[in-house]
Design a protein around this ligand. Structure first.
Ligand code: NDP
Length: 270
């Protein structure tokens, strides 16, 4: 798997497995093991997904060294604030049962709360409890505010990103600030499969539509975390390193942008 280098020198695998709605039991366990068997070393969970135990358990069951696995979890909106975040972190760490967390994210920019939450993340980072800290669903104005009021810059911003929501300006801003852009719902929660241009490109490159879209992320230096509980799709989503999308096709995918969200608007949701 390709890796990106975060601003603090931590390496982050560019492709990970998202586990929102992957359940808590057997299906999640099989998905995790399938993913590890075919080379995934990065898993994206959150306290909100209620499956941190299952993620941690599958990692423990595998023969992969802890240091070779990258685990992200997130502090949920109801737990924001300095003390609450520290407590939420302890609970997540206990559930995951994996000694440390690689990346801890503020899940959403809860108005009036996220600066205090961020201070707690800075504390956890300084204590060495987490290898990197970041945010999720932070738009430019949230980042502007955070950058003025923080002593550690977020290393990652995880955002909804797919061909109908490209957010080029935000991508460029994150790049300029050395904040790694990470894409959630990269497959539009299963809705990318009816887009004619992607069908045409998939045929042209002899790849699936999912592979075209995930490869578009990789070539844009974006970290991407597709979710699947199906073994064949988990494998398919990882087989994206043996081809290159041409510049004009990359631009054509960018041009599909409609500023259309599948998930909530960060300015409205919290
Ligand atoms: P995705 O865009 O990853 O799409 C997942 C859907 O696509 C599922 O229905 C899956 O079905 C299907 N799918 C996956 N691979 C293929 C394939 N190769 N061919 C056909 N269908 C496929 O949606 P998510 O919303 O789950 O986003 C990914 C991850 O991002 C989440 O799991 C979570 O970790 C993170 N996330 C973060 C958020 C945040 O606020 N920070 C918000 C939302 C998500 P099936 O499982 O049945 O195979």
């Amino acid at each position: 798997m390709n890796e990106v280098l975060l601003s603090n020198g931590v390496k982050m695998p560019q492709l990970g497995l998202g586990v929102w709605k992957s359940g808590v039991g057997k299906a999640l366990n099989i998905a995790m093991h399938t993913a590890m068997d075919c080379g995934y070393r990065h898993f994206d969970t959150a306290s909100f997904y209620e499956n941190e135990e299952g993620v941690g358990q599958a990692i423990k069951e595998s023969s992969i060294d802890r240091k070779d696995v990258f685990v992200t979890t997130k502090v949920w909106n109801d737990d924001q604030g300095y003390e609450q975040t520290l407590s939420a972190f302890d609970i997540s760490l206990k559930k995951l049962n994996i000694e440390y967390i690689d990346l801890y994210l503020v899940h959403w920019p809860v108005s009036g709360m996220y600066l205090e939450t961020w201070k707690a993340l800075e504390y956890l980072y300084d204590q060495g409890a987490v290898k990197a800290i970041g945010v999720s669903n932070f738009l430019k104005h949230h980042l502007d505010d955070l950058l003025v009021h923080s002593s550690i810059k977020p290393m990652v911003n995880q955002l909804e990103h797919h061909p109908y929501l490209v957010q080029k300006n935000l991508q460029q801003f994150c790049k300029k600030e050395n904040i790694q852009f990470e894409a959630w719902s990269p497959l539009m929660q299963g809705d990318i499969f009816k887009i004619p241009l992607l069908e045409k490109l998939a045929e042209q490159y002899g790849k699936s539509i999912a592979q075209i879209v995930l490869r578009w992320n990789i070539q844009n230096d974006i970290v991407v975390i597709p979710k699947s509980i199906h073994a064949d799709r988990i494998r398919e989503n990882a087989a994206i390193l043996d081809f290159e999308i041409k510049a004009q096709d990359m631009a054509a995918i960018d041009a599909l942008d409609q500023n259309k969200r599948m998930g909530p608007d960060p300015d409205v949701f919290v």
